[in-house]
Design a protein around this ligand. Structure first.
Ligand code: ZN
Ligand code: ZN
Length: 218
């Protein structure tokens, strides 16, 4: 499936840099395709509609429910699919999903193979974490589905606990490939200083408050 033109500027979409985003249709959110230049504005428009909808509680509920329905129809694993949060909670939940899409550079629909169970899942369901690969003798990025993520993070924490003095700098180096910079690592601080920082980074990755995006592929 290769979309042809940007929904916003009509530029021809080539390669794999286009983004798929929910866009307001007649009575629901529908798929639309955007170029590299237009997708941030398109996502902000969806977000804005959600943020400004809270003048009326019903509108708030509907806008958020549309986003939830759109994502659920595209195999996104919602935390409690059959249990709608109260209206305010529903909007917060929908905004959180949009922020997760933004954190992935607008890529969220692609199918990614989980490094733990080898099942494919939508990119928005996937968490990228550093994981020790003994064959490579290095920390590599691995992709974890929601089921495998707790074990994946636990593996990395266990490896780190055994080899922290050596490993913290390796993880910091991997993070830099995602433009996540640890100042204390750059200035050459000792492992003792870096260990709690890397531990906090792993917590953020597990919670989704920090995302290592997979990014565009050739
Ligand atoms: Zn465009
Ligand atoms: Zn998995």
């Amino acid at each position: 499936m290769q979309p042809t033109n940007c929904h916003q500027c009509n530029a021809a979409l080539t390669g794999n840099n286009w983004r798929l985003l929910p866009t307001a249709g007649d009575d629901a959110l529908v798929d639309a395709y955007f170029c590299e230049a237009c997708w941030p504005t398109a996502l902000a428009t969806v977000r804005h509609a959600l943020v400004t909808a809270d003048a009326s509680e019903f509108e708030d509920l509907m806008q958020a429910a549309f986003i939830r329905a759109y994502l659920q129809a595209r195999d996104i694993k919602l935390a409690s699919p059959n249990d709608l949060p109260h209206p305010g909670g529903l909007a917060a939940d929908a905004l959180r999903w949009l922020d997760q899409i933004k954190a992935r550079g607008g890529f969220w629909w692609r199918q990614v193979m989980c490094s733990g169970c080898y099942q494919t899942s939508r990119e928005l369901n996937i968490t990228t974490i550093p994981w020790w690969n003994s064959d490579a003798g290095a920390y590599l990025s691995t992709y974890q589905c929601p089921t495998c993520l707790p074990t994946g993070i636990a593996d990395t924490r266990a490896r780190l606990a055994r080899n922290a003095n050596n490993d913290v700098v390796l993880i910091c180096a991997l993070l830099e490939r995602y433009a996540v910079f640890v100042h204390e690592y750059r200035r050459g601080d000792a492992a003792d200083t870096l260990i709690p920082i890397v531990d906090a980074v792993l917590t953020k990755l597990a919670e989704g408050s920090l995302v290592l995006p997979i990014g565009a592929v050739a």
